[in-house]
Design a protein around this ligand. Sequence first.
Ligand SMILES: CC1=C(/C=C/C(C)=C/C=C/C(C)=C/C=C/C=C(C)/C=C/C=O)C(C)(C)CCC1
Ligand SMILES: [Fe+2]
Length: 567
Amino acid sequence: MASLITAKAIMSHHHVLSSTRITTLCSDKAIDNQQRKTKLQISHRFFSRRTISAAVINSASPVPKKETVEDERRCHVAWTSVQQEKWEGELTVQGKIPTWLNGTYLRNGPGLWNIGDHDFRHLFDGYSTLVKLEFDDGRIFSGHRLLESNAYKAAKKHKKLCYREFSETPKPSRSNFKNPFSGVGEIVKLFSGESLTDNANTGVIRLGDGRVMCLTETQKGSILVDHDTLDTIGKFKYDDGLCDHMIHSAHPIVTETEMWTLIPDLVKPGYRVVRMEAGSNKREVVGRVKCRSGSWGPGWVHSFAVTENYVLIPEMPLRYSVRNLLRAEPTPLYKFEWCPNDGAFVHVMSKLTGEIVASVEVPAYLTFHFINAYEEDENGDGKATVIIADCCEHNADTRILDMLRLHTLRSSHGDDVLPDARIGRFRIPLDGSKYGKLETAVEAEKHGRAMDMCSINPLYLGLKYRYVYACGAKRPCNFPNALTKVDIVEKEVKIWHEHGIIPSEPFFVPRPGATHEDDGVVISIVSEENGGSYAILLDGSSFEEIARAKFPYGLPYGLHGCWIPKH
Ligand SMILES: CC1=C(/C=C/C(C)=C/C=C/C(C)=C/C=C/C=C(C)/C=C/C=O)C(C)(C)CCC1
Ligand SMILES: [Fe+2]
């Protein structure tokens, strides 16, 4: 493989640099074993000088002397753009993959953070990069590929940012500089959704009918992919009038039969709760909840939770801000503002009737990811009296958003600057009380005061459960650097960590036929300090390593994944 890649890469000065990196990695013994099966394709036109120089730096090769190099030298591969548009090949497995594990783990996340000479600012800005691990009878066939969103294709074609990303706004064209009406045009393009990105870099889900969809928070960023080839199939076309509302939660809740999601209303602050039957493209509005705070915008809703009978709608003090949405330059809170004085709420809607059965004020909170929720029947008469909802809670401290700026992530490696997080547990009474509680479920010190990117056994969705898998920390760190299993009943925590790693979301796959909640495996993809990366498999119960498989190159950090079983 080394000679194949070198031949492809030595086409220009820049590609001599990229070949240095790839040849170095490919001389790895494990990779030599699979040369025949490996295909690599480098996009020569698009990947820029910066991407390539970062690659050289990560391979510890001699580097050109320039000011940015010192910064980049310290840059962990987790925050370094992928080096090629796609790759596929078999990975060499150390250890033994359970024979029952047959199917594909797919992970989505931002993997390319520069366009031409422009470097993106925030982790969430990067172009969607899918990584697959296909488990087949003890072997792993892997690959990655950039998603062909319109935003990515336009950037590639014009060598510049063309759509509004999380923190980035395209520069106005020269002709628009002098046009006094261009500001109005920008507002129209923003509120019609035209200028918003479809870069579906956040999650990937398998719908009940088997279709696989990548998502971000714009509805137009719902994109179908082929989980085998990683080809982009095309837009998921919602067959309803709800797309006018532009944005939705990036984390719909999907089962074999249905999908639930929330659609925030920016005009009349509130949320629509919608349901889509498996096999359909049409969402039905089950109900609507009005925001209780007097702020202009609804609270940001990245994710939410469901129980067997209810949908929980969070109304956080981190709210959409029209001023910040319109600003070209990012504010410290990007599109949002922090309004704790306007209150923090959780609403509960009946799945059956769409009625609001509880709406409680709670202490200020900041969460991106709900873990799970369930109903509790305290009187033992079969009627739920309280709802318990757990989330990764950032102690109502918005600094986490700015911590995820690429410059900070790249330059603070080794410093203990990650703000604290915990498992926040809401208790929401169903007796008409005005207030709900928010407590710490397990002493945060036990998981290094970091807690995000969580998963549970999917068979326990909406039900009383015991185990949370998430990214935690071994301090000091500037980003969660460990995998953790939290027993929220016994309040015990297991940690898996290796020096210098940045692991992505630990994803739990239950063993078919299992009778214990933690009988299964946990999959994660780990970016290493030395520029490499590997897939890791932990036993869901002991949380010990079962197997790992090294990639022939370094993969950046990724966000969320899904499991597609082989039938
Ligand atoms: C907010 C708007 C947009 C984009 C939203 C996006 C891309 C949101 C992505 C959020 C993610 C990936 C949150 C993850 C959080 C992870 C954490 C806190 C990890 C912590 C580790 O400790 C647009 C769609 C671009 C436009 C409208 C507004
Ligand atoms: Fe997320």
